[in-house]
Design a protein around this ligand. Structure first.
Ligand SMILES: Nc1ncnc2c1ncn2[C@@H]1O[C@H](COP(=O)(O)OP(=O)(O)O)[C@@H](O)[C@H]1O
Ligand SMILES: [Mg+2]
Length: 436
């Protein structure tokens, strides 16, 4: 990590955004390649979707204390294990034929838990349905092992690290960095929201970052449709197995908005805005702002900083609810000032935190309003605001997951998306990875 932010210290640079025209002129991923046939007459998509074992090569991937065997097409070499989360292990690979690198997220035994299997399908559908500079791009999908496959490999643009690592690194980050990173997170979030999608798990380890300060949001496993998309498409989560309620999964504790902690079943775009506010605090303070030891402690931590919520702040809670009675236990607590908590932060940074980290969900600005906050004045450009033309159609989610229905749908995605011919070699690629 030695010279990680050398370029940044010299000033944050914008990477040039592709014009819409350039984007439109790009070939849709893999369409032509799908028709390529191998010596046995199988199309390439078939090879990747339901291929024979012999087409693959096995790599032993290590990340921290974890280990997993990754299968890849024969020409790919392993660069290194780069991450692991609750559901997947991620490694960097290089296609020696094209010289391009990519990240591969392997989901092992994807159908052991049906709710998890459905989450993976959602992640694939969302990644495939998004096209935004600040959201990690899907470059391929394959599932070796024949029709009864168990493991799924999602190929994504390779980034150099995630934000949790940057925050923990101790490398100096100035306001310029905080602002530019948060701004990009908001642009990605705004695009998602325009698609009618709530991420629900925005946190530093789900924000990928390159040395040039480019940010991309990843990990859409917990994402859901917002009310808008529920009206337009299928109701998301409706067909999930009953033992796996949404509440169990919603957002990693430290970044949970009060309405998620207290109600759990209610969620809207504003929970992502809360999480982005918490991430900005963490960038500035280099530690989570609300580090609850458990569910209840989380709300206490929030109240310790924001003070006891007023009646108006709680208008979304039924006064008779157990959550309301629980809140009353804390008595009257005064609010701390953000200036005291973050004495180094500029007044505009404090203003942005104050706006986003609000108890009442409706009082938080929308992601669209966030990018216009005075804090982002210096970086805001109208053309940065890219919205999805239409909300995402969630009708794909309206089915009862069984091993078979999931396998069928994921295999169909493998055939549709195909092999990662267009793997993206991000700036710095292997050179930077080698020095991580
Ligand atoms: N495209 C990528 N480039 C670099 N690192 C990545 C990439 N995707 C994921 N990672 C790393 O792998 C970790 C786990 O990936 P993630 O998609 O969040 O899986 P999970 O659903 O298991 O949390 C991330 O926190 C990040 O550190
Ligand atoms: Mg994750």
């Amino acid at each position: 990590m030695s010279n990680l932010w050398a370029q940044l210290r010299g000033g944050v640079r914008r990477t040039s955004r592709k014009s819409n025209e350039e984007k439109e002129n790009q070939d849709p991923p893999n369409n032509e390649e799908k028709e390529l046939k191998d010596a046995h007459g199988n199309t390439k998509a078939e090879l990747f979707g339901i291929s024979a074992e012999s087409e693959f090569r096995t790599h032993s991937v290590h990340f921290k204390s974890l280990h997993s065997e990754f299968k890849t097409p024969k020409d790919w070499t392993l660069l290194k294990g780069i991450g692991a989360g609750a559901y997947g292990m991620v490694a960097a690979f290089k296609d020696t034929k094209t010289g391009k690198s990519m990240g591969i997220k392997k989901i092992t035994r994807a159908f052991d838990d049906l709710a998890d299997g459905k989450r993976i399908l959602r992640e694939i559908k969302l990644l495939g349905g998004f096209s935004h500079d600040n959201i990690v791009g899907l470059v391929g999908l394959y599932a070796p092992g024949g029709p009864d496959f168990e493991d799924i490999y999602i190929c994504i643009e390779l980034m150099e690290m995630d934000l949790s690592r940057v925050i923990k690194s101790g490398e100096p980050l100035g306001e310029e960095h905080h602002r530019w990173m948060t701004y990009q997170i908001l642009l990605g979030t705004l695009y998602m929201h325009s698609a009618g999608v709530v991420h629900r798990d925005l946190k530093p380890s789900n924000i990928l970052v390159n040395r040039d300060c480019t940010i991309k949001i990843c990990d859409f496993g917990l994402a859901r449709g917002s009310v808008l998309s529920v009206c337009l498409g299928g109701e998301t989560g409706q067909h999930d197995p009953p033992n796996k309620k949404l509440t169990e999964y919603v957002v990693t504790r430290y970044y949970r908005a009060p309405e998620v902690v207290l109600l759990a079943s209610e969620y809207g775009h504003s929970i992502d805005v809360w999480a982005v506010g918490c991430i900005l605090c963490e960038l500035i303070g280099r530690k989570p702002v609300f580090k609850g030891k458990d569910h209840l402690d989380q709300i206490e931590q929030i109240i310790n900083v924001l003070g006891s919520p007023s009646e108006e702040d709680l208008s979304w809670l039924k006064t008779s609810s157990s959550a309301c009675r629980f809140l009353a236990l804390f008595g009257e607590k005064p609010a701390k000032s953000w200036e005291q908590l973050y004495p180094e932060a500029s007044p505009k940074a404090i203003g942005a935190i104050n706006a986003m980290v609000r108890f009442h969900p409706a009082k938080r600005p929308t992601s669209k309003e966030c990018v216009r906050l005075p804090y982002f004045e210096e970086v805001y450009r109208q053309e940065d605001v890219v919205l999805r033309e239409q909300p995402l159609d969630w009708s794909f989610d309206a089915f009862v997951p069984t091993r078979l229905t999931l396998q069928e749908r994921i295999r169909a995605e493998c055939l549709r998306i195909g092999p990662p011919i267009d793997a993206v070699d991000q700036r710095g690629g292997d050179r930077n990875l080698a020095s991580l």
